[in-house]
Ligand binder design. Structure first.
Ligand SMILES: NC(=O)c1ccc[n+]([C@@H]2O[C@H](COP(=O)([O-])OP(=O)(O)OC[C@H]3O[C@@H](n4cnc5c(N)ncnc54)[C@H](O)[C@@H]3O)[C@@H](O)[C@H]2O)c1
Ligand SMILES: *[C@@H]1O[C@H](CO)[C@@H](O)[C@H](O)[C@H]1NC(C)=O
Length: 352
């Protein structure tokens, strides 16, 4: 029997594209709904190539999740069995300057999506949440799921994730026929090992790994490191990095397990911490030269350490992030060297 269709909002983006590929490889038909505000249509052709001629169909609909009629049309045309909801805005700094746009897209867009699901009778949703719902002073490390939500969430971005979690919980409480899984990602980095899809930030990268990758390609002279006097082994901040392919596979595990009438949250991380200096060192080793960095003052709001307790996902979903930080560095480097200018490299700006 053919596997059902999955509708993936934000499927052209970094995590969405890796998840779409794993869905196709596992035999699911996929419908991407993405307005391309932070991604390239070139992704779609690469996904079809990587999935191969035997893979189920991949449909692409360029639409905004705020556009209810476009969503209704997509649901009517494809009758998806479940939705994985990645679409949203995620630049923390920008969310502080323009909170209304973040609430509009992340919260308002989720509401439109849920309404479209209700209308179409689609009952299953997997939502991209974030470790940021744990706030800036998590009391326990590694962090278990029951710690959230936190009143100390530092950014409007993080708050939009907590609000959507709340509204999804209320939605499930109101209707025993729907089921939702909240996936709280820690720090996804890396790229598909083929080097054909990866993270392609426009402008100055907001996150450590994409910035470091641009230092490696000499697009940027050095990596700014914000603070080296935290109470950690080498004084720099510690994060729980996980390979984006492991993260993608976490979504397949969540879909497989999804039960109606419940809203469950899972951390997706490795449980291991890596400091900024350790990551620079591993990336330097991968690239074969010392990558320059400069220590700058600490940034207010930065958390010393963020590490997942991933035991719930392991016990209930049978999911474990296996790939090492070295593999994350190697796959990032392969993606960067094959695509020094991201998706624009191939000159396919006009493809459809
Ligand atoms: N990357 C991370 O470190 C991280 C961590 C935790 C949570 N998340 C969440 O995971 C999800 C995916 O993140 P990503 O890193 O792949 O980001 P991304 O920006 O690469 O992907 C988001 C995609 O959504 C699309 N999109 C944005 N607004 C839209 C709209 N109004 N209508 C339709 N499409 C829209 C963008 O074009 C993009 O393709 C986001 O919800 C993000 O908040 C990411
Ligand atoms: C766009 O994607 C890049 C790369 O993942 C990310 O750094 C940036 O925050 C995203 N922008 C928005 C507005 O979400």
């Amino acid at each position: 029997m053919p596997k059902p269709t999955i509708l993936v909002t934000g499927g052209a983006g970094y995590i969405g594209s890796h998840t779409t590929l794993e869905l196709l490889l596992a035999g699911f038909t996929v419908v991407i709904v993405d307005n391309l505000c932070n991604s390239s249509v070139a992704v779609v052709r690469r996904l079809r190539e990587l999935a191969g001629p035997e893979a189920p169909e991949l449909h692409f609909i360029q639409a905004d999740i705020l556009d209810r009629s476009a969503l209704d049309k997509a649901f009517a045309a494809h009758q998806p069995h479940a939705v994985i909801h990645f679409a949203g805005l995620k630049a923390v700094g920008e969310s502080t300057r323009d909170p209304l746009t973040y609430y509009d897209v992340n919260v308002g867009g989720s509401i439109q999506l849920i309404r479209a699901m209700q209308k179409a009778g689609c009952h299953r949703l997997v939502f991209s949440s974030s470790a940021s719902v744990y706030g800036s002073t998590p009391k326990i490390q590694p962090i278990p799921e029951h710690l959230a939500p936190s009143p100390s969430i530092a950014s409007p971005y993080g708050k939009t994730k907590a609000h959507v979690e709340d509204l999804l919980q209320d939605w499930v409480a109101s209707d025993a026929q729907v089921g939702v899984t909240l996936l709280r990602y820690f720090n996804p980095i890396g790229a598909h090992p083929s080097g054909q899809i990866g993270e392609d930030p426009k402008g100055t990268p907001n996150n450590l790994m994409p910035y470091l990758a641009q230092v490696a390609t000499q697009t940027r002279p050095y990596l700014p490191v914000f603070g080296d006097s935290y109470a950690t082994s080498d004084g720099t901040c510690i994060r729980d990095y996980l390979h984006v392919v492991d993260l993608a596979l976490g979504h397949l595990a969540a879909l497989r397990d999804l039960q109606l009438g419940v809203c469950e949250a899972y951390n997706l991380g490795t449980g291991c911490g890596t400091s900024v200096l350790e990551l620079i060192h591993l990336m330097s080793e991968t690239v074969g030269r010392e990558l320059p960095y400069r220590i700058l003052p600490m940034r207010p709001g930065d958390v010393k350490e963020l590490r997942a307790d991933p035991s719930k996902a392991q016990a209930k979903l049978g999911w474990v992030a296996h790939r090492t930080v070295k593999e994350m560095c190697e796959d990032t480097w392969k993606w960067r060297t094959l695509n020094p200018h991201g998706y624009e490299t191939t000159g396919n700006a006009h493809e459809h």
